[in-house]
Design a protein around this ligand. Structure first.
Ligand SMILES: [Mn+2]
Length: 358
């Protein structure tokens, strides 16, 4: 297993990379170019500058999260081929810089939804909450204001202001895009990019819907096991894989996470490991990673990953904000570092016990 940590770069992150290097067992960074808009080409110089910062801290640039997909590709408009060409150029550039993993998502307009970015847990820490009851009283454009007002001034990826300021035009773009159409558009995209990924050895991992159900009637195609199976079957290549996010999928109690891992484990290219706590119907918070703090059985999840032979890249996903840290909501240093240490403990215990019993 390679243990990773998402970092938004020297300019974009509150956390110095030297501090990330001090997390026990850490191997590398999941990086990004925060100023890139969906559809932009990432140049070799820009990628190498990021890589240099990471390697100067004695860490490896393990992958990118995210290279965002332009809305014209997701909506299937006439402009999509131009933007797919750009995406292919970015894949080639990443490959030539030795970056082997791209995490992406294929969701209309919004990458993810939360309704409270600073929800107070009983221990006094803050975390992200999603409550469908809040969404039901909002218009889509109001949600942007809500997220922006709670982000503590940090740029939030997936919620780029430049893009969302043209919100009504974006909504029009998706007019008539059903779930079936969105899936066809994903297939069209994958059929063009995956052969390039194979050629330049860059693996793709699609991130599931967060939360994994329909919001504002926009179609959702990465929300459960049958969706994930359909995607990996659409283009049958190990380069067309999954970012298996336990917390995104686990927000729906109907998703049996260990069972899903056993079903699609051979096509998992990246793992996001985190817990969620159910507060009610379609109402949950992101808890500390420990099983006892949330609703998911993290030991059973890690055991499933070990059983399917997963030895790729894994990072601790969102954490609480603790100890007075001023950080991007969900992406502080301390709780994600504690989480990663716990996760490595689970992995060490499970693999050693299995080896002893073999
Ligand atoms: Mn995730």
């Amino acid at each position: 297993m390679k243990w990773g940590f998402r970092w938004y770069g020297t300019e974009g992150d509150s956390i110095p990379i030297e501090h990330i290097r001090q997390i026990p067992g850490i191997n590398g960074i999941i990086g990004t170019l925060l100023d890139k808009m969906p559809g932009d080409i990432w140049t070799i110089d820009e990628i190498n500058a990021l890589k240099k910062d990471v390697e100067a801290a004695d860490l490896e640039l393990l992958g990118i999260e995210s290279v965002s997909i332009h809305d014209s590709i997701k909506a299937g408009t006439d402009e999509r081929d131009k933007y797919i060409d750009n995406y292919i150029q970015t894949i080639r550039n990443l490959g030539s810089c030795g970056v082997r993993l791209i995490c992406y998502s294929f969701k209309p307009i919004f990458g993810w939804f939360k309704t409270d970015m600073n929800y107070k847990l009983p221990d006094g820490s803050t975390t992200l909450q999603f409550n469908q009851a809040v969404i039901n009283d909002l218009e889509p454009k109001d949600l942007y204001q809500r997220i922006a007002s709670q982000s503590k001034g940090f740029k939030i990826s997936g919620w780029e202001e430049e893009r969302l300021s043209k919100f009504n035009a974006l909504v029009d773009m998706y007019d008539g895009v059903t779930e079936a159409k969105l899936f066809d558009n994903l297939k069209y995209f994958l059929e063009r990019v995956i052969p390039v990924c194979e050629e330049v050895d860059v693996k793709m991992g699609i991130h599931p819907d967060d939360p994994p159900w329909e919001i504002f009637d926009f179609p959702r195609i990465t929300k459960n096991l049958s969706d994930l199976k359909r995607i990996i079957e659409a283009v049958d290549s190990p380069y067309n894989g999954l970012t298996f996010c336990t917390g995104a999928l686990g927000a729906n109690p109907d998703n049996d996470i260990p069972e899903m891992i056993r079903a699609v484990g051979h096509r998992i290219n990246f793992v996001h490991f985190r817990n969620v706590g159910y507060l009610g119907e379609k109402n949950f918070v992101e808890t500390a990673h420990l099983s006892a703090e949330g609703s998911l059985d993290m030991t059973a999840i890690m055991e499933a990953l070990v059983d399917v032979g997963y030895d790729g890249i894994l990072r601790s996903d969102h954490g609480r904000t603790v100890w007075g840290e001023v950080a991007r909501p969900g992406y502080g240093l301390y709780d994600r570092a504690m989480g990663l240490t716990y996760i490595q403990g689970l992995h060490e215990a499970i693999t050693k016990i299995k080896a002893n019993n073999a």
